[in-house]
Design a protein around this ligand. Structure first.
Ligand code: ADP
Ligand code: MG
Length: 222
């Protein structure tokens, strides 16, 4: 479970303080599918970065699996992320100097998995996202939808407990967006992962079991 308690985040300059997250209380139960909507600049990415231990906050607490992230040092936090968190971004963040299969194998390699096993697991997931014919392609030869499907495969290949998807379909046309979303949802459900999705596509957020709107630093169930 991820539990935010009175989570507060602001940016201070010498003249004023800009409040991004204003005492957010939120419980993300294991196995749930949660969407967070909100205008651009409302703080969705900031919240995801904080909940996945990538960013510090001003006050309050964030507990992941009962561990208070304030008590975890950078080494512990990155070890936790490596084992339990998969992240998908709007602009995929794939490595252009590596092929499709190498990109997907990367998190398993970092975990120290044997190369043959990593290869097998990566082929399996690439089949699921219908990219088994693109294994040795360079990333720059792929379409936008294909790139996002590689990013999904890379995020999900180790079956992490938590999947953060930050506007993963924001850069795709409607048909590709729905396709990418349904593949992601299907795999997340199969793995029994906890799924957190930031989106401003209401057709997509409506397919998630819990929905929230982030507005003026506050979180409302919708
Ligand atoms: P969203 O993902 O919903 O578009 P973000 O979380 O990226 O929103 O940003 C929330 C707000 O925080 C924005 O107004 C952004 O400009 C501001 N912000 C983000 N990072 C910084 C920073 N390092 N310093 C000051 N303001 C920032
Ligand atoms: Mg964002």
């Amino acid at each position: 479970m991820i539990h935010c308690k009175n989570l507060f985040k602001s940016y201070k300059t010498s003249e004023f303080e800009e409040i991004i997250l204003n005492n957010i209380n939120l419980e993300i139960k294991d196995g749930s599918s949660v969407s967070i909507s909100g205008k651009s600049g409302s703080g969705k990415s900031t919240l995801f970065h904080i909940m996945s231990g990538l960013e510090k906050f001003t006050s309050g607490d964030v507990l992941i699996d009962g561990k208070n992230v304030k008590n975890l040092n950078d080494k512990d936090m990155s070890a936790f992320r490596k084992d339990h968190i998969g992240y998908i971004y709007q602009f995929h963040h794939l490595l252009y100097e590596f092929s499709v299969i190498e990109n997907v194998m990367m998190p398993l390699h970092i975990k120290g998995m044997n190369k043959d096993l990593a290869y097998e697991a990566s082929i399996e997931i690439l089949k699921r996202v219908a990219l088994e014919k693109r294994l040795d392609f360079n990333i720059n030869k792929l379409s936008g939808g294909e790139r996002q499907r590689v990013a999904i495969a890379r995020a999900l290949v180790g079956s992490p407990k938590y999947i953060f998807a930050d506007e993963p379909t924001g850069n795709l046309d409607k048909k590709n967006a729905l396709n990418v979303f349904s593949i992601m949802k299907e795999l997340v459900v199969e793995n029994n992962s906890t799924f957190l999705l930031a989106t401003h596509d209401y057709e997509i957020s409506n397919k998630m079991s819990q929905k929230y709107l982030l507005e003026n630093g506050e979180m409302k169930a919708i």
